[in-house]
Design a binder for this molecule. Structure first.
Ligand SMILES: Cc1cc2nc3c(=O)[nH]c(=O)nc-3n(C[C@H](O)[C@H](O)[C@H](O)COP(=O)(O)O)c2cc1C
Length: 398
């Protein structure tokens, strides 16, 4: 027997608001709040009320999945002293409080695991994002030497990193596994591994940074080894029923966003996606760039260059098409119709929203209205929606 009501007939059917399933997890819609570092952790790396309200508001705002910022799996891999940690069991409880809230709202909770590698030991963005100096040291934020695949690192104006030894690589592979164990203890449903943006794992993948001559460098197989061992390690500690994502830089920007002439290529990304998939990775989260300081977003801002809407979507499309591995698109996806079109064209399975969610925590609910799937404000929490639909029915004059 059909349970459709008269008002259902007026509701547009969309992919953006259709469920998606991976392993035992059903994503209630296709909208994911992108990982966004707040640089607001307690000094011991624990989450605070700031993080609670920051993430909880997106659950109220209708996103199907809320992802944490990068949670650091080893303190030497902190980007800044404000990074959230998941290197210590004591860091689990405040994250569990956030996860419990998300689950209470029917939202999927995703944790990003992160190690900043050569981009560690830095100032917060609004302090300059340069290497820590004696100014920060004087207030207790003492610099340290970052680690990377190689000393001839990816970055030019930051403190030179030192190359990890093979023993240290093995310890980090296990640290990712322990991070996954803690993420499970906190109740998270999904893990996303941050392997993009010039951070540690990307510093191994990209020939721009990785000049090692041992088993973790050289050809593509060597440069992928660290990432693949991390996937295997996480799968040993992460329940089989829970999905695992990898965020990669699908291409290295060299001179600019459109120059894909060398460095890590989209073809390399397709090879990596297949190898990760064979090791239990379920989805590729498709970003780009970040391996060279000179080609950063900040550089774009200085040059007053504009970003194209959805500039990374073609990468998500190609990986999905060529490998069959599901993908998530991210980057300058601004509104519901744009997100829906990406899904309709088969370019991605999930849509991550970053900065637009910062300006509008109810982005998902506004997208539903723009797409005509929620004419009666029924997707809104009733505490808000009941009043808003009433005001709309009454109308406002003047
Ligand atoms: C404040 C802020 C913090 C970010 N922190 C992270 C992070 O922790 N991990 C990550 O993978 N990307 C991070 N990003 C990148 C976003 O996840 C996203 O890929 C990027 O902002 C592009 O999407 P957008 O155009 O929707 O903002 C951050 C972006 C912002 C704006």
């Amino acid at each position: 027997m059909s349970t459709a009501t008269a008002s259902d007939a007026n509701k547009a059917s969309t992919l953006l608001f259709s469920p998606f399933r991976l392993r035992d997890v059903t994503f209630p819609n296709r909208i994911v709040i992108a990982p966004m570092q707040m640089y607001k952790a307690a000094p011991d790396g624990r989450a605070t009320d700031w993080h609670f309200q920051h993430l909880a508001k997106y659950a109220i705002g209708g996103a199907g999945t809320v992802m944490t910022e990068g949670l650091i799996i080893d303190p030497i891999g902190r980007n800044t002293y404000g990074d959230l940690g998941l290197w210590d069991d004591a860091q689990v409880a405040p994250l569990r409080r956030i996860v419990d809230f998300l689950h209470g709202e029917g939202v999927v909770a995703a944790a990003q695991l992160h190690h900043a590698g050569p981009k560690s030991s830095r100032q917060r963005p609004w302090e300059g994002l340069n290497s820590l100096t004696e100014v920060e040291a004087a207030r207790g934020e003492v610099p340290w030497t970052p680690v990377s695949s190689t000393t001839t690192g990816s970055v030019s104006h930051w403190r030179a990193p030192r190359a990890l030894t093979v023993e240290e690589i093995a310890a980090l592979v296990e640290a990712y596994g322990q991070g996954a164990r803690r993420a499970n203890e906190a109740g998270f449903d999904v893990i996303d591994v941050h392997a993009a943006h010039g951070y540690l794992i990307h510093s191994f993948l990209s020939p721009v940074a990785n000049k090692r001559d041992d088993a973790y460098g050289g050809d593509l197989a060597g440069r992928m080894r660290f990432a693949l061992e991390i996937a295997e390690s996480i799968r040993r500690h992460w329940p089989q029923g829970k999905p695992l994502f990898f965020r990669i830089s699908c291409v290295d920007w060299r001179k600019d966003l459109d120059d894909r002439s060398d460095g890590w290529t989209i073809e390399d990304s397709c090879v990596l996606a297949r190898e990760l998939s064979a090791r239990g990775v379920d989805l590729i989260d498709c970003s780009s760039g970040g391996i060279r300081a000179e080609n950063s977003m900040m550089d774009y801002a200085k040059q007053r260059r504009k970003l194209q809407r959805g500039h990374q979507v073609p990468y998500a499309e190609q990986i999905r098409r060529d490998t069959g591995v599901p993908t998530m698109a991210v980057g300058v996806i601004l509104d519901g119709p744009q997100a829906e079109a990406i899904l309709q064209k088969g370019q991605a399975d999930l849509i991550a929203i970053g900065r637009e969610a910062l300006t509008d925590p109810h982005w998902a609910l506004h997208a539903a209205q723009a797409l005509g799937t929620d004419p009666d404000w029924e997707k809104w929490p009733p505490s808000y929606g009941w009043w808003l639909q009433l005001r709309e029915r009454i109308g406002v004059e003047g």
